[in-house]
Design a protein around this ligand. Structure first.
Ligand SMILES: *Cc1c(COP(=O)(O)O)cnc(C)c1O
Length: 239
């Protein structure tokens, strides 16, 4: 468990180091390679200046939930080779900006959205990396496809030309108990393994946030999405 009580007073450098060493410890505990999990800094509600501060400390991957807010930051930071990940709910009339401005999308849950992203991805850019969001526990947000729908959705997205299906993402309900918390992450890992046995080649499990990153890494997370532990507590927006 993380103690974030002092995140307001700690420097960004210190917080980044703390998160990095938490990831390193969790990887070592489960005998995984030291570089097996990437850190995605979730910068929703944070300013471009705060993003830039972490960028200069060596953090180059950032995740955003709200499109309008994200586009402003991407514009402001256009001179920096930042890898931008869209991790929020996707409205179908907003796919063009996502397809144009982002490198990854973690929150695809319908084939209709994936088709639009593929059609709108600019031809000169590499395929857009996609994770399918799966509802593996009774998630508060009810976002994500069900485990039953997943094989069909994965097959349909794999067939699209300008997106590349990389893996799965989940936001399980918090349990408070690290062992219990592993269960939904294990379900997501098993779903990925099942898809790979059926012939897909998926390499990404996007799972784990500030309060459950240890459990997620123990179950094989390859990307953890961390906001609070890096930037301090958010104001009410962006929960
Ligand atoms: C806000 C958010 C995060 C980061 O959550 P923290 O608890 O602040 O680390 C991760 N993933 C998604 C999808 C989010 O919306």
């Amino acid at each position: 468990m993380t103690d974030n009580s002092n995140t307001r007073t700690t420097s960004p450098e210190k917080r980044l180091q703390q998160v990095q060493s938490q990831i390193a410890r969790a990887l070592a505990l489960s005998h995984r390679a030291a570089d097996a999990t990437q850190l995605l800094a979730v910068s929703k509600t944070r300013s471009a200046a705060e993003v830039l501060e972490l960028y200069h400390l060596g953090q180059h991957r950032f995740g955003e939930n709200y499109l309008q807010e994200a586009l402003e930051k991407i514009e402001a930071l256009a001179d920096y080779p930042i890898e931008w990940h869209f991790i929020g709910p996707i409205q179908s009339n907003k796919t063009r900006d996502i397809a144009t401005r982002f490198d990854w999308v973690h929150s695809v849950e319908r084939v209709k959205i994936a088709r639009r992203l593929s059609e709108q991805r600019p031809a000169q850019r590499a395929p857009l990396n996609i994770c399918l969001q799966v509802n593996v526990s009774n998630e508060a947000s009810k976002s994500g496809c069900s485990l039953d729908e997943l094989p069909q959705l994965a097959a349909e997205v794999t067939a699209l030309p300008n997106v590349k299906l990389r893996g799965l993402m989940a936001i399980p309900a918090p349990s408070g108990d690290p062992e219990q918390q592993r269960i939904p992450f294990r379900l997501l890992r098993e779903a990925l393994e099942q898809l790979n046995r059926s012939g897909l080649k998926l390499d990404t499990l996007s799972m784990g946030m500030t309060d459950d990153l240890g459990s997620a890494i123990a179950e094989g997370a390859t990307i953890v999405r961390i906001g609070t532990a890096l930037f301090g507590p958010r104001e009410s927006m962006g929960q």
